[in-house]
Design a protein around this ligand. Sequence first.
Ligand SMILES: C[S@@+](CC[C@H](N)C(=O)[O-])C[C@H]1O[C@@H](n2cnc3c(N)ncnc32)[C@H](O)[C@@H]1O
Length: 476
Amino acid sequence: MDYLPIFLEVAGKRVIVDGGTTVAARRVERALNAGALVEVFDPDPGDEVRAFLGHERLTHHARVPDGADFQGCLVAYGASEEHDRDALLHRAAKAAGALVNVADEKQYCDFITPSVVERDPITIAISTGGAAPVIARILRARMEAMLPAAYGRLAKFLADFRGRIYEAVPNGRNRRRFWENLIEGPVGDAFLAGEEGLAQERLEAELQRGADVDLKRGEVWLVGAGPGDPDLLTFKALRMMQHADVVFYDRLVGDGIVDLLRRDAERIYVGKKPNEHTLTQREITDQMIERAKRGERVLRLKGGDPFIFGRGGEELEDVAAEGIPVEVVPGITAAAGCGAAAGIPLTHRDHAQSCVFITAHGAGGVIGHDWTRYARKGQTVVVYMGLNAIKTVMDAALAQGVDPEMPVAVIDNGTRLDQRVITGTLADIEARVVEADLPGPALIVIGHVVSLYGALGVKGAVADQYDMTLKAGSTL
Ligand SMILES: C[S@@+](CC[C@H](N)C(=O)[O-])C[C@H]1O[C@@H](n2cnc3c(N)ncnc32)[C@H](O)[C@@H]1O
């Protein structure tokens, strides 16, 4: 981060805007909205600036400013779009100790102006640190669409209760949770639905209950984080990630996802690699139980979907046995994510009418599957946790008489920036995978749907690579 994000109090203070351009008009508008005493300097301002001239806190000077004008000025904006005039403004304003911003002249800027979403009194400021302001504008447009206008009114409504809430729920952590429950629970719902009276009634009831049982009771949330691409998180997962007190997360949960956790949530890495365990399963569960009993909201964040080869069921059995409330949020499982990202549909009317997910590894090591049941015409087999056992898996399938020419794809780091796809056949995929030296995690897809790889125009799965990869074993 190259800039310090702060909100500056300018109410009743002098802000100078030099220029009569459209940019000047935006600066004037924002400064007036924040309560500043605005002075505009320009011999002949454009219509957009003129529109503000009658404002009681605005003074117009039909000239360019000189050094004396900047005395006592807190912020000076250069918006004339004339380089020499901007340079003069910068020198004079700095000499008077003002903070200066000159549009499109980075060397004359003490600060940059963010893109702003306003739901008064809520203000969201977005900045790319000057790197790509258009991105900030696009994000702003998205947020405008996302945030109900009533959020501003909700903030004002709740502001009147701050003192009473402080008294009713003295504990800081519980108070934060109380606020979250108000805003995202029945009180917020009623208010946003336009039923202010009902919202008030509900809020009073909540205040009566004060720091009651519910806030002291911890919970465990078992949440799927998807296969790696942060954009594949569900809204619900993201919301819980923003509310948890403590997070236990796996190796398969990527950095981009961990970055989205609430800043002050405690993060406990419990990643497991094959043959390398940071904490045992029992230790993880015990810690989750202990934290929930302390009244914390415990987020167990798992790669993919927690109930698909995620041992989520086992963890919950122990938690539930302690009487701790549990919630499960599904995630996009690796098979769905990798299939989409590689452009391999897992079912297709011409190629596969069924699809099975199997794991190569069980509690006792590599599993001996009945391959004639799985790898057969009209069915796709997706093998989880099979990369390190690919030789054993392929040998077993071949030994049981599965067609050696059956197409196979191995998708490594699916949905992530470093995704790679290796294709081949049951007979030669192992050699190709060894040569490619894939780091994992990787998924093995067996079946005729693999022949569609590269044929569907899916971004990242280039159309003419299929033949090449099948024949030459090259990678994407
Ligand atoms: C313990 S399982 C967890 C599966 C997870 N619960 C899910 O629903 O995707 C781990 C296996 O999932 C697969 N996997 C997870 N993320 C993957 C990714 N981004 N690309 C390829 N395979 C992945 C690999 O086979 C890996 O060995």
